[in-house]
Design a protein around this ligand. Structure first.
Ligand code: ADP
Length: 260
């Protein structure tokens, strides 16, 4: 069970976050940010207090998915005041740079900004902080593993394709190296059910992540089908509205949230 790690260190640091979950992937484009944001919104919907931190500093997509903009401000010259999606506090590099601006940083700057996001944001009291990780490389994972807040578990998102699975296995091994426990795997874009004829088409295949999770003896947290409603919602910055209000679109996320 991933909640097992005590939040004692977080308490010592004066932080009031019970469970930090990192959402990672082996490569980009598998729906990691969509899953991270949807998971945060679903946990909130199920009654928890949740924050969302976009640590994908090179390609921050959380502000776009949630239709958020604004500049985080300093509260009492100490804490960074996050942008809110309804009640949910959200922090992203996307709020601090122009949308077409590239982030070119050396390791120490990356380390510093991630640590600052984590420890100097006025998150308030949270049951969960969901962190959207950059795909692949271990820089941010390494920072998080050394930081003031223990990561309870990493959720690894992949698609059913063999190449994506191979990259996911690398991501799992990377989390192992930096000693972040893996909470489990999620298979995204797992089949498509035709709304007209109800027939299921396994466009990228299906079941690969479940088999891989079994092989690696890590939990399988669930599968999320290809859903044009999710795609449209993300493009339009309406993901929060859709996950909060559309029970059908939310259902696969609920399974993932409940198996955490
Ligand atoms: P990543 O963070 O892994 O790069 P994103 O979350 O940005 O991936 O998703 C990539 C694209 O795929 C986005 O356009 C998103 O809307 C779409 N997408 C993600 N998951 C699904 C899904 N289950 N069904 C349909 N579209 C999806």
């Amino acid at each position: 069970h991933t909640h097992a790690r005590p939040a004692a260190r977080a308490g010592q640091a004066g932080l009031r976050i019970k469970t930090v979950i990192a959402v990672g992937s082996g490569k980009g484009g598998v729906g990691k940010s969509t899953v991270a944001a949807s998971l945060a919104l679903t946990l909130e919907r199920l009654g928890s207090t949740v924050g969302l931190m976009d640590a994908d500093v090179y390609g921050p997509s959380i502000p776009h998915l949630l239709g958020l903009e604004g500049k985080p401000t300093l509260e009492g010259k100490q804490k960074i005041q996050p942008i809110r999606c309804g009640q949910m506090p959200v922090m992203s590099m996307g709020f601090l740079i122009a949308p077409d601006q590239a982030v070119i940083w050396r390791g120490p700057m990356l380390h510093q900004s991630i640590t600052q996001f984590l420890t100097e944001t006025a998150w308030g009291e949270l049951d969960y902080l969901i962190i959207d990780m950059p795909p692949g490389t271990g820089d941010v994972a390494l920072t998080l593993s050394q930081g003031a807040m223990p990561i309870a578990g990493a959720v690894v998102v992949c698609t059913p394709q063999e190449v994506a699975l191979l990259d996911a296995v690398k991501a799992i091994s990377m989390f192992g190296t930096v000693k972040i426990p893996v909470a489990g795997m999620v298979e995204n874009m797992s089949g498509f059910v035709c709304p007209d004829c109800n027939k299921r088409y396994d466009i990228f295949g299906a079941g690969g992540a479940r088999a891989k999770a079994e092989e690696l003896s890590i939990p399988f947290l669930g599968e999320i089908p290809i859903d044009p409603v999710l795609r449209q919602a993300g493009d339009d910055g309406q993901l929060a509205d859709v996950i909060r209000n559309d029970a059908r679109a939310r259902a696969p996320m609920e399974k993932v949230a409940q198996s955490l």
